[in-house]
Design a protein around this ligand. Sequence first.
Ligand code: GDP
Ligand code: IMO
Ligand code: MG
Length: 423
Amino acid sequence: MNIAVVGAQWGDEGKGKLIDILSKDKDVTVRYQGGNNAGHTVVVEQKEYVFHLLPSAILHKGKVCVIGNGVVVDPKALLAEIDELAAKGIKVTSSRLKISGLCHIIMPYHRILDGLREAKRKNKIGTTGRGIGPCYADKVTRCGIRMIDLLNPRVLKAKLEDNLTEKNEIFRKVFNSQGYSLKKTYDEYLKYGQALEKYITDTAIFLNKEIDNKKSILFEGAQGTFLDIDFGTYPFVTSSNSIVGGVCSGCGVAPTKVDKIIACVKAYTTRVGEGPFPTEFSTNLKDEIRTKGNEFGATTGRPRRCGWFDSVLVRYSVILNGVDELAIMKLDVLDELEKISICTGYRYKGKLYKQFPLDFEVMANAQPVYEEVNGWSSPTTGIREFKKLPINAQKYILRLEELLKVKVKYISVGSRRDQIIVR
Ligand code: GDP
Ligand code: IMO
Ligand code: MG
């Protein structure tokens, strides 16, 4: 069975942990969008691993990991990630990692432009500064450089020449900043191509062959539904389709081949970066949950904004992603609370909204309508069966199920691999 895992909030829901668990029983795990803006954490025993480009299944020996065409790749960051893993005793070989020749490459000018554009913006997005937006923009404007181009010196040179002619003018004239040397950039990226050549292939053909041979695939989403370029809280979003629709265009696998969709959510909500967040805490709960949940970005280290669970938002995710099952992560973070609120609607200018509003002004100023439930005030981190959870924790999960109209299959009660309840 081929399963897709997507984030149903603003990212960092715990997708990495779930992928690590599910990939044990899958043959291939594939990333299909985003880039090294992602930070997916896997904790095995006492060791923590954070993956930015490598699929989170890489720790399982013998499993194949794929970086699909929809991912934007910073080759320098990818090689560093591979080296870091090697230093921890995990060797990434060409039989274990396959990269699509069609991935767009994050170039140094993308990273710098990301920062310069942010600096100039009045309403900052709070990007990760990894060059994601400018790289996807070049893909769409048809001047991008792809993985396969790094293996062809003539093509690389011609494309780079074209790009630098335009970009260097922008750097100098708009941003009053330095341009790039063709030779230096060309030499550097040619070297990355040589280092990555053994992994580069037609991953769409590879994946479809695997499917024909009855192998099972796990699709690893990055970011979350409300960071999706179309359906997120635009413009405070990332530059790819992080909803499940991104699977098909991001790895060349047809929708008929995706058998199950699992959405990952936190038992509360977090967001990194700017943009609307109706249920954000304004009280000292902000610090309490941030500390308890260790809510600091896995990529940039920025403190994450924290708030109550928003069922309006997640219900919209369930619809957009056709979710079959939910995984509720970080339930343990709520263990000490006496009362817990769940957002069931928004109010703006006297009107009640039960659905996610499309109008940015409404979203940005929406006042959450809450339902308050009793907490359980006891630890859940050692529990492995739903029926053994404190009764109020069970009630909380069942209430979310009711509001979201989807079954909760997984409940995570700690960061370690073994801290999971499967219903
Ligand atoms: P991702 O981007 O969706 O993979 O999520 P991140 O790795 O960025 O953030 C999730 C964080 O929560 C990581 O530090 C995980 O180790 C941690 N985590 C995952 N599940 C649980 C859980 O059930 N309880 C607690 N306390 N931490 C968890
Ligand atoms: P994972 O996969 C949380 C956010 C950034 C910023 C916005 C745009 O770990 O869940 P970008 O650099 O993509 O142009 O930034 O998106 N963002 C994430 N937030 N988790 C992520 O990934 C994110 N990837 C990007 O903070 O608000
Ligand atoms: Mg993350």
